[in-house]
Design a protein around this ligand. Structure first.
Ligand code: ZN
Ligand code: FE
Length: 257
């Protein structure tokens, strides 16, 4: 069993989250993506950490903006998605779906989560029981489909849902309030969802983050993981459709919400 890592989550930009993981025993310090230089630099300074790695999930500007500056300041190694290699500033090493690698004894598994972009990946740390899902899975939501299609995004969500229920899910954005308001229109009789939606209104009123969530909570309440649910299918009048078709319809409705 690898050392337990400290995980710091903090807001960046408009509604992004930055995440830094630190293993005090080995000096391993990882930033998941690099949305914005200043808040990341502040956390590193505050905790007296030297950044050793950036793990990039996808090429969007709000996830790679600080790659160059952080690399210049810390000489950190940047690891990112093979399929987007050419678009990741400062990338040193690329990884793809199914790859496993170790950093200072910490095992990291790469899960391909295409759809939002064609090459997006998530990083799963089994010993920390945590996955960093960026713009694939959000609390009560899933990423917008920019480069791929609904089938890809459905696959991405199913891959993440296959992780153990207790896995903590860190995501790229605080979108939970609007996701919750949409989710109850799709799954209005789901008691766990209704309770959670109330809790989220309360948390956001106070400016409290709603992340991380867990795979177990998402499976119970996230409509994008519930395409098989008979009540959702009845509401959409899609009783005989495939899960993928139901998923695509929910995604299309969210785009118009
Ligand atoms: Zn993105
Ligand atoms: Fe993003």
């Amino acid at each position: 069993m690898a050392n337990k890592m400290k995980i710091f989550q903090f807001p960046c930009r408009e509604d992004n989250y930055g995440v830094i993981l630190s293993d005090p025993e080995t000096g391993l310090v990882i930033s998941i993506d690099a949305p914005e230089e200043e808040p990341i630099a502040d956390v590193l300074e505050d905790k007296r950490l030297k950044l050793t790695h950036i793990l990039t999930t996808h090429h969007h500007g709000d996830h790679v903006a600080a790659n160059a500056a952080l690399k210049a300041a810390h000489a950190c190694e940047i690891i990112g998605p093979k399929k987007e290699e050419a678009k990741i500033p400062g990338i040193d090493k690329s990884v793809d779906h199914g790859d496993t690698f170790e950093l200072q004894g910490q095992r990291i598994e790469v899960i391909g989560t295409p759809g939002h972009t064609l090459g997006q990946i998530a990083y799963y740390f089994p010993d920390q029981k945590a996955v960093f899902a960026a713009d694939a899975m959000f609390a009560l939501g899933c990423g917008r489909i920019f480069e791929g299609d609904a089938a890809m995004m459905h696959l991405a969500m199913q891959r993440l849902a296959a992780l153990p229920d207790e896995t903590k899910v860190y995501a790229g954005h605080e979108y939970t309030l609007s996701n919750a308001r949409f989710a109850v229109t799709i799954d209005p009789e789901n008691k766990a969802l209704i309770e959670r939606a109330k809790e989220i209104e309360h948390l956001r009123d106070e400016g409290t983050p709603t992340l991380p969530t867990t795979i177990g909570v998402e499976k119970e309440t996230n409509p994008f993981l519930r395409a098989h649910d008979p009540k959702i299918r009845a509401l959409l009048v899609m009783e005989s459709a495939t899960d993928e078709e139901v998923f695509a319809e929910i995604r299309a409705r969210k785009d118009r919400f």
